[in-house]
Write a protein that binds this ligand. Structure first.
Ligand SMILES: *Cc1c(COP(=O)(O)O)cnc(C)c1O
Length: 366
């Protein structure tokens, strides 16, 4: 078979270990999974109520235009309905943008480490990937600008950035957008937007009125607690949405996701509550790290990257055998770190207890 050569260089996505798998393998009764930045409190109860009421008739295709959700979201964001594109998770929007803009001969610019799907999709499309190392955990926007040339079709910004939790301050983002050529699409991935509390964070939807080469990505998978239903969206000028819509599959978002997302949007009190609890959870981690001399990046997301100054896989494995699933740093580009999703207060306390056991075991050896 004549596969695209670049496919042979890629590995399929490696999902974190499942709860059942870990239970069985280590004969554990209880597992705490803080690996994929899911909402530890689940979704709003309004979503559950809505889904229970929806009928069990599955023969019809879902609404391919997401009409009801589109109206609700457009009102919520104060944009026109045709400024939105929905995806089977924002992962699919990343794929749609890549299909629409990237090809052999084109290049695309992104930070490193950042969310791996930008690079993965660019490679499949045969585009050249220009990765600009983070500077102290932050996007190096000057170097990213310098990497743009006449063949650059898209630039990826992740803010808050996964896996560091760092964000781009408003003044820096605006200075960057002012200098990016108008025919280069800037993709601003805000998967953790609803968790942000920083004062100098920007209003990306407002920026869309000033920068016609900008698309903002958001998702219902993180704070809205709907990861298993797969729904995310992009917001941009009508011209950009019009250009990429043909690359979207007709019925890419299922009926339950559409209903759930609409109900979830209607409960902003729940979102606010989750944001507040997340800050309290982050404070638990900050305090612990400060006391124990562990380095970390202050986070605007619902996760924290903690540096242990030893092989991150070792920390990961130790925690796994105690029933805690986290993300190992080496796979994310941080060899001596782990990335932990902020859980409930109790989950965080238990995890920090296990981390203390790790640190004590290490200290006893040295
Ligand atoms: C989780 C995540 C996504 C993907 O979210 P889905 O909507 O579930 O596909 C996109 N970007 C970043 C940075 C993420 O962390």
């Amino acid at each position: 078979m004549r596969w695209k050569q670049q496919l042979l260089t890629l590995n399929p996505y490696q999902p974190g270990k499942s709860i059942d798998e870990v239970k069985k393998q280590y004969r554990l009764k209880e597992i705490v999974k803080l690996a994929s930045n899911e909402n530890p409190y689940g979704c709003s109860e309004r979503v559950l109520g809505t889904l229970e009421q929806s009928t069990g008739f599955f023969a019809l295709y879902p609404d391919g235009y997401a009409t009801n959700l589109r109206e609700t979201l457009a009102t919520h964001l104060d944009v026109f309905p045709n400024q939105i594109i929905f995806g089977n998770g924002s992962d699919e929007i990343i794929q749609i943008i890549s299909r629409s803009l990237l090809h052999p001969g084109a290049n695309t610019v992104m930070a490193a480490p950042t969310f791996p799907q930008y690079k993965h999709n660019a490679i499949i499309e045969g585009a050249e990937v220009r990765e600009i190392p983070l500077k102290n955990g932050n996007h190096d926007l000057d170097e990213m600008l310098a990497a743009i040339d006449g063949q650059t079709n898209a630039v990826w910004l992740c803010s808050p950035n996964n896996p560091t939790g760092t964000y781009i301050p408003e003044d820096q983002l605006i200075a960057f957008l002012d200098r990016v050529p108008k025919d280069v699409l800037v993709v601003l991935d805000e998967a953790y937007f609803e968790y942000v509390v920083a004062d100098d964070y920007y209003d990306s939807v407002e920026l869309l009125t000033r920068y016609e080469n900008l698309i903002v990505l958001r998702t219902f998978s993180k704070i809205y607690g709907l990861a298993s239903l797969r729904i995310g969206y992009g917001i941009a000028s009508q011209a950009i949405i019009r250009a990429i819509e043909p690359a979207r599959e007709p019925f890419n978002v299922n009926r339950f996701a559409l209903l759930a997302a609409e109900a979830a949007l209607g409960d902003q009190a729940y979102v606010n509550e989750c944001r507040q609890k997340n800050r309290q959870g982050l404070d638990q981690f900050y305090r612990y790290c400060d006391i124990n001399n562990l380095d970390y990046y202050p986070s605007q997301g619902n996760f924290i990257l903690i540096d242990f100054q030893v092989d991150g896989n070792e920390v990961f494995q130790f925690l796994l055998e105690k029933g805690f699933i986290v993300r190992s740093g080496p796979a994310l580009g941080f060899p001596t770190s782990i990335r932990v999703t902020v859980g409930s207060r109790e989950q965080n306390e238990k995890l920090l207890g296990a981390i203390s056991e790790f640190l004590a075991a290490k200290a006893a050896l040295s």
